[in-house]
Design a protein around this ligand. Sequence first.
Ligand code: SF4
Length: 627
Amino acid sequence: MGYGYVAFVDLWRERVRVEELPEDAAELFIGGKGLLYYFGFKLAPRGGDPLDPRFNVLVVAPGFLAGLAPSASKVGFLARSPTTGILCDTYAGQVFAAKLRRAGFSALVIRGRARDPVYLYVEDGRIELREAAHLWGSSTWDTWQAVRRETRLGASVAAIGPAGENLVRIANIMVDGFRAAGRCGLGAVMGSMNLKAIAVWGSRAPEVHDREGLRKAYLELYERFRRDEATRAWARYGTNDGVTHCARLSMCPTRHWRRPWLPEDEARRLSGDEVLAREAPRSAYREYAGVIWGWGCPAKCAKLASPRAKGREYVVVKPEYENLAMLGLAPEVLDLDEVLLTEKLVNDLGIDSISFGEVVSWLMELVEEGLVRPEELGGLRRPPRFGDAEAVRELARLVAWRRGIGAVLAEGVERAAQILGRGADRAVHVKGLEQAAWDPRGRRGLGVSYATADVGASHLRGWPEPHEPPSRGPASQTVESMIRDRDWKALQDTMGLCAFIPYEPEDVARLYRLATGREVPPEELMRVGWRTEALARVYAALLGRVPEHDAAPRRWMEPVPEGPLRGSRAFADERDFREALRTFYRLRGYHEEYGVPLPETLERLGIGWASDEARRALEAVRARLAG
Ligand code: SF4
């Protein structure tokens, strides 16, 4: 088989160049996450404002197995994040990835800024830039519908909403109206490029080494997953029973991370059963059948919900735990119909619900503590208080249009605190990325994952195995298991596999062999995550984020106030945190104090071509820390 094709799209000159994927990229970085970091590291400038297209690049890459294996459904987007300044990758599921692979592309690399708004239409090896002025200002949902009508009804569409257009630094990219590539504000990067959407449609099965073998493996795995008991149980709720779990584990973001433990009766109000009680009628499933579930998914955990909402009838995708937690628990809105309304609004505006939940609940805390004066809350009809769902939605609109206090929150929590000159010690983020909805005080060691993750406080960069009980013991003892899980997750994102389907590394190696003819042991495939992490850390060190921002927000060290883990912290103390970081650096072959990959580690990983930059990064960190 060939290595696949990459399209380089130059929006300044309205030109597209298609090249074969370089051999070293195909073999060492494979697809999805791997290729995102390969191109991102090679092409993203080392500085400048990420919202100035001269200093950024947007890479889109489907998982390598997209459309070739059950639930291989993930597409990744990467650019320099407008909130963190460093490289950031974020993913969306279902059918976009497979359609992009079937259109013949392993990656799209987009640069520049179109003179007027455009969308990109990719179909079977061809790429067109189409005029999108008529879509500017539209919601992500309306854009999806309109672009499908203008291209093909079967096209999959990644679009930004008003938030992305208005360069809101926490804007997301919505895929087919329902799925968010949510993190790091990449919607604003598209907005800065005048790029409203990317639509894809493809009809050609990707070239593979052993088509018949792959077909048999597909059917066999599909059947195995379909019969798997855990998968069947998963199908009932997906992640939407997460509030029940975070409540029990003391890991919820309730009241801006001040109530990580919740009693059962409160948690039940946002439970999976409550969501199921609002399941949409069958007709809705017929209407959206092609985009609800991942390509070839045996579990079909995604469902549609109809909120019982004040005379308005519409359908939302059944919320993920992160939506329920950050739009419900964080601002302490424990009314599911209100949360679903907010979810719909935030998705339509194109705002990342995790980051939005953080900035809003952070502001509510500042208001409650008297740290923000009423006259600073421009645009709001009343001060935002915990539990006030209307205030949350009002803030969403202000953020999307950058009006009043919304213009401050639109900057993300780290910058918002700098602008207000208050609240930095209450902001919960790492490297500028607002923390995902799992409080590390309930799982000793999760804080190391957040602190060292390539992008900032993402919950998808490796979980440690729990201690007994999970909140005690030295954090350094959890690091090895976290690294294993991190590398496995990175391989899933490289291959495009849904993390909720019980693949084993051996299954992935088998599928990879059938697709490519290359026999690569699972542990070697898993190294792709180490490679991408190493490149991400060299890049972040050059920009001043590593190691200085491998840091713990103050809230992690405030004891859990109530419940079975009362008194627990993310780390026993500062020394425990430092020791865990050093353990991580040592196990990864990074400089033990600076956290920067050593040149010999890069050689070992087969990416010695990044060694000069690693040396520069080491020098830069040495000078910064000495100064
Ligand atoms: S298990 Fe759920 S999230 Fe994963 S591909 Fe299937 S429907 Fe999508």
